[in-house]
Design a protein around this ligand. Structure first.
Ligand SMILES: Nc1ncnc2c1ncn2[C@@H]1O[C@H](COP(=O)(O)OP(=O)(O)O)[C@@H](O)[C@H]1O
Ligand SMILES: [Mg+2]
Length: 240
């Protein structure tokens, strides 16, 4: 199972948000997507999930083209995501949020599965009857991951899942992300925290102004002068 992007381009008005992007996200692997704000990271997730139309290129899941399909068909094909800004159903309870994540896949969400999703996402203490919007911020971030997992995806795209988390929450997130990948899911992780990126990712792709400027293992990327200049600066130490 893998997600393959070839020559992907996205244009907003006259501006290229992405140009010539090639990516391969494999099962049991975590691919990190890093780069400055505005580099096109979220656009890449939007393009893959059907929210941004492609100006060029192809996207295939397990050899089958998914580009051009509507978002619900792409979700059903096995791609789930979280959002940079939390998009839970805040007025609904935890159970309803997870049931919404399970909508469209075969089989209903059972009580046992609900428990194991919360556990998997690292929030076993959360009450299924609690209102999602009333949970502490870090738990809301993790509930979003649980909701994405409820779809039983083969690919999970995480858009800055640690944003707003404290250092200890961020550290625990590494274990969660690795466990998700080890369960057989292909994970794409967008993240600015280089300590998290180094611990969680097998390989990295660096975007800058919509173009992939480097790829490799975290330590290879940390040594790349172009990446240090464009993005990492002194942050390269955390990645090395
Ligand atoms: N819906 C949109 N309409 C117009 N421009 C957009 C839209 N979404 C993103 N952009 C532009 O595309 C570029 C990449 O944005 P984004 O993918 O959000 O970057 P990142 O996630 O790396 O910070 C930015 O210049 C941004 O302003
Ligand atoms: Mg973004």
């Amino acid at each position: 199972m893998s997600l393959v992007l070839e020559d992907v381009g996205v244009r907003y008005g006259g501006v290229d948000a992405l140009r010539g992007i090639a990516l391969d996200v494999e099962r049991e692997r975590v691919l990190g997507l890093i780069g400055p704000n505005g580099a096109g990271k979220t656009t890449l997730v939007n393009a893959t999930t059907g929210l941004a139309p492609l100006a060029s290129g192809t996207i295939a899941l397990d050899g089958k083209r998914i580009d051009g399909l509507p978002p619900h068909r792409i979700a059903r094909a096995g791609i789930a995501r979280t959002y940079q800004n939390i998009r839970l159903f805040g007025a609904l309870d935890v159970h309803a949020n997870l049931a919404a994540g399970a909508f469209g896949r075969p089989g209903r969400l059972t009580a046992d599965e609900l428990r194991s999703l919360l556990e998997w996402a690292g929030i076993p203490h959360v009450d299924p009857k609690a209102r999602a919007g009333a949970l502490p911020y870090g738990d809301q971030r993790r509930l979003e991951i649980a909701r994405a997992l409820a779809a039983r995806p083969s690919v999970l795209m995480l858009d800055e899942p640690a944003a707003g988390m404290n250092p200890s929450e961020t550290k625990h997130l590494v274990d969660t992300i690795r466990a998700i990948a080890m369960s057989g899911i292909a994970v794409l992780l967008i993240e600015h925290d280089m300590t998290l990126v180094r611990a969680a990712c097998d390989t990295l792709v660096v975007l800058n102004f919509g173009v992939a400027i480097a790829r490799g293992t975290p330590s290879e990327v940390a040594r790349d002068p172009v990446v240090v200049e464009a993005y990492l600066g002194s942050g390269a130490e955390s990645l090395a």
